[in-house]
Design a protein around this ligand. Structure first.
Ligand code: UD1
Length: 421
């Protein structure tokens, strides 16, 4: 298994290009199952999760081809559905596989999708996806660890109210509703920008959707959807991570292909912590405003609140800030697995339930550490970039799931980072 060797202490300087968003790419690929016409996506990031999603739709009957030699342009075409199943081995590796449930049910009236089960950051149920589809007339049974869903007469529009916003459930139901009979309303919908991106693709396929990006989404079902072409939005989590890489190393990065407002609440928190963010034509410049980082409390919230996917990185940043910071996780249980690893690097962090108290230290020190999940892994990379001496990060396959060419991008701005098999 590959490891990363990082020798810290080098301020990063230069330009980083942000890739297309993983969390937009995955639902967009699933959405291509809704039509028998070709769907072309641009800025598809080269990531293990994207490969897994492509493999899944290919099993279902999609031909996926790179277009015009451009690495990030993919043409997806599903003339007919050859299977209705997302098998355990794929869903286990990537929960977002459940996003094929809505499209399959809408187009074919049936789907069989493995239950995702537990994952490293908590139980992560899919009850909201299933209840919503039942409201739309699907009959759902749980058989041998699989969700078996049927709607032989097709789905019908419905009013669905979520007790709490769920990104995946909002996406699944929005896709399902595009081909349902009549109109649907999703109340309490998640408002993440990736949902807006999905609605843009669906609308250019001919879907009738209003309100994506707000907590009430209205969808008027249509009989069929057409092909379309769409460019995937930039990855806001990657952009935020590079802003923090500049700040934690005391360097200066120009982050391109990333509008500053995409950072949401992380933008204000970074500024409060002493990070200067200056808007540029296609992104922003990030560096410390006056050399010192200040401890700032954050609490993760659904968008536009502080993203749970930036929590681990922010904690790494706070571990070298002046003063203390309280980092509270409200979206996922058990999303503090990076804490013991950051502590191995010299951070002073104590966890009390869903909150972690970070007391800033002057310097972190390199050590061998282990990556546990995607965002935790990259927080260790950030800490290692700031640490004195060498850090060895094991189990980095998590990073390949979500950060395109991470070590190349970092090396290009001066990081001493090397991947060893
Ligand atoms: C998506 C993102 C993930 C991010 C998360 C929260 C993708 C591919 N992944 O995950 O990177 O961390 O949003 O921003 O876009 N819940 C239920 N029942 C359900 C569904 C969710 O109780 O049926 C709960 C979850 O356990 C969690 C909360 O709702 O506590 C939010 O989860 P959700 O927004 O669904 O996350 P994902 O879509 O899985």
């Amino acid at each position: 298994m590959d490891r990363l060797l990082i020798t810290g202490g080098v301020p990063l300087e230069g330009t980083v290009w942000v890739s297309g968003a993983k969390n937009a790419a995955l639902p967009l690929i699933a959405a291509s199952l809704l039509t028998d016409r070709p769907v072309e996506l641009d800025q598809v990031p080269e990531l293990v999760d994207v490969t897994s999603m492509l493999r899944l739709v290919q099993r279902i009957g999609t031909s996926a081809t790179h277009v015009g030699g451009a690495p990030g342009r993919i043409r997806l075409h599903t003339p007919e559905l050859l299977s209705h199943e997302a098998p355990y081995d794929l869903v286990r590796k990537m929960r977002a596989s459940v996003l094929v449930l809505g499209p399959l049910l809408a187009r074919a009236g049936r789907a069989r999708v493995s239950l995702p089960g537990g994952c490293a950051i908590g139980p992560r149920p899919i009850d909201l996806h299933l209840k919503g589809l039942e409201r739309m007339g699907a009959r759902i049974e749980l058989v041998d660890g699989y969700v078996e869903a049927r709607a032989p007469e097709g789905l019908r529009g419905a009013e669905i109210e979520f007790p709490q916003p769920s990104v995946g459930a909002t996406e699944n139901l929005m896709m399902a509703a595009t081909l349902a009979r009549g109109s649907s309303r999703i109340v309490g919908a998640a408002r993440e920008p990736e949902i807006v991106d999905l609605s843009l693709l669906l609308r250019s396929m001919g879907a009738r959707i209003e309100g994506a990006g707000t907590s009430v989404i209205e969808i008027e079902g249509v009989a069929r959807l057409d092909g379309a072409r769409h460019s995937i939005m930039p990855d806001r989590i990657e952009a935020g991570t590079y802003a923090m890489a500049a700040a934690i190393t005391g360097g200066r990065l120009e982050v391109r292909n990333a509008p500053l407002e995409l950072l949401g609440a992380a933008r204000e928190k970074l500024v409060e912590a002493g990070v200067e963010l200056v808007e540029t034509a296609d992104g922003f410049l990030a560096r410390r405003a006056n050399g010192i980082l200040e401890g700032v409390d954050v609490m993760t919230r659904p968008y536009p609140g502080f993203a749970t996917d930036l929590q681990a990185q922010f904690m790494a940043l706070m571990s070298v800030a002046r003063g203390a910071a309280m980092v509270t996780e409200t979206i996922f249980e058990n999303r503090f697995m990076h804490v013991p690893e950051l502590v191995r690097l010299g951070a002073r962090i104590t966890v009390h339930g869903g909150s972690a108290l970070v007391r800033g230290v002057e310097r972190l020190k390199g050590a061998p550490v282990m990556a546990t999940d995607l965002r935790a892994s990259v927080s260790l990379v950030l800490a290692a970039l700031a640490a004195e001496g060498r850090t060895e990060i094991n189990r980095i396959y998590h990073l390949d799931r979500g950060y395109e060419h991470l070590e190349k991008k970092l090396a290009a701005v001066g990081a001493r980072i090397e991947r060893v098999p």
